[in-house]
Ligand binder design. Structure first.
Ligand SMILES: C[S@@+](CC[C@H](N)C(=O)[O-])C[C@H]1O[C@@H](n2cnc3c(N)ncnc32)[C@H](O)[C@@H]1O
Length: 403
């Protein structure tokens, strides 16, 4: 391993610092900050770039802080937890870094005007915010570790507590770890899921949740929402609330006749549209139990004018056809990390709705899709970062487009 001294000039999306080797090649180093001088060991050189590990911080940034977790990446860690990328950064600086990444992705990769990004929305709680943990059991001789996969993707790191998790989940984890019968019941490869809601406090289960398991109830600004244990719900409820308010405000101003909420989960944004006075809403998700809960949620909240469909996004959009572009329809999309993809963007462009709200948890796939939507005639009005996942490399954003 060659040792080099590097000046860090940027922190790229994903959290690795950017520097240049003497031969001019870009070199990525984790655990560093812009302006720092570091000693690093070059691990591999590829055609276009090199990757190094951090050995020593020679000149630290004023924004550097001590990590809240002993498993976070550092000069001395042999295996670290890859979940947290920004444990070594003051939180205000983390938000600045993420905003810089979003602006750079939007302008460079989607050709979007620099006036589009709005000021970022930081999380009220940079730690202790997650309402869900998934931990893996791994047997190693007589020892059983329970925790997250390390950066090698093979070794499970024992996690006594996760600083990102709601404190109630960490208390539940401690009790469980101290319970000999539970510990003896852990099998190699088993996954344990922990969920927190204000109503239920902390619950946990092994493997997949049973189909007949009681639903969880999440308090939201729309009222209580029922969520089947295997269905998606936003992991950071305070930030989800801020995002929801922003969407409702925007829908009230835009006043579409119809909202199509693609990837609706248990109905969060469909219900918000109905509450914001939209006369007709269609909520679509491939998750059947999620759609059953969405219907139940609408009835419980006494919200009408919503039709639900359990179907894959592509098929459901194709079925909607010309209805999607009729009048002043707004399409809300909140896809998983892989984004919409070419085929779904094409399906949208076949019958383009006048307004499009793109909620994304992965800005790299989002800017790819936005570039296609721009070619298809959409103008981006605004993009705003919501820091749904503090201390990690990820962030949420809401982009509003029209045509
Ligand atoms: C990021 S979540 C959004 C959920 C919802 N908007 C919310 O805020 O609670 C993504 C959702 O996409 C759904 N999904 C994944 N692939 C899908 C597909 N091909 N077609 C329709 N829905 C899909 C998942 O079931 C999940 O509910």
């Amino acid at each position: 391993m060659t040792t080099v001294t590097l000046l860090i000039t940027d922190v790229a999306y994903g959290g690795r610092g950017v520097a240049r080797l003497e031969n001019g090649k870009v070199c990525f180093v984790p655990g560093v900050l812009t302006g720092e001088t570091v000693r690093a060991g070059v691990l591999r050189e590829r055609d276009g770039f090199a990757e190094a590990r951090l050995l020593e911080i020679v000149t630290p940034s004023p924004a550097r802080i001590a990590p809240a977790c002993p498993l976070a990446y550092s000069c001395s860690s042999s295996l670290s937890c890859p979940g947290c990328t920004y444990q070594h950064v003051d939180y205000a600086e983390e938000v600045r870094i993420k905003q810089h990444q979003l602006v750079s992705l939007l302008t460079r990769q989607a050709g979007i005007d620099a006036a589009v990004p709005q000021p970022p929305v930081p999380a009220p709680l940079p730690l202790g915010y997650r309402n869900k943990l998934s931990l893996h059991a791994q047997k190693d001789g007589k020892e059983t570790r329970l925790g997250y996969f390390a950066e090698d993707n093979q070794t499970v790191l024992d996690v006594p507590a996760c600083p990102l998790a709601d404190p109630a989940l960490n208390r539940c984890l401690t009790e469980l770890r101290n319970d000999v019968s539970v510990r003896h019941g852990l099998r190699d490869g088993m996954t344990l899921t922990f969920r927190h809601t204000e109503r239920e406090a902390a619950v946990w289960w092994r493997g997949e949740p049973r189909a007949n398991e009681t639903w969880l109830v999440e308090n939201t600004l729309l009222g209580p929402l029922s969520v089947p244990r295997g269905s998606f719900f936003q992991v950071n409820p305070p930030v989800a609330g801020l995002l929801l308010s922003q969407i409702m405000e925007s829908l009230q101003a835009c006043a579409p006749r119809t909202v199509v909420d693609l990837f609706c989960g248990v109905g969060l944004f469909s219900l918000a549209a109905a509450k914001a006075g939209v006369p007709e809403t269609i909520g679509i998700d491939v998750d059947g139990p999620g759609i059953v809960a969405a219907e139940f949620n609408a009835r419980k909240l006494n919200l009408s004018g919503i039709r639900w469909e359990a179907a894959p996004a592509q098929k459901a959009l194709a079925k909607l056809g010309p209805k999607l572009e009729a009048g002043d329809t707004a399409l809300i999309v909140d896809p998983p990390r892989n984004g919409l993809g070419r085929a779904l963007v094409q399906e949208i462009l076949n019958h383009p709705p006048r307004h499009l709200y793109y909620i994304s948890c992965a800005p790299d796939t989002m800017v790819r899709d936005l570039a296609w939507l721009r070619e298809g005639g959409y103008l981006t009005e605004r993009t705003q970062l919501f820091d749904m996942f503090p201390r990690t490399a990820h962030f949420e954003s809401l982009t509003v487009l029209h045509r």
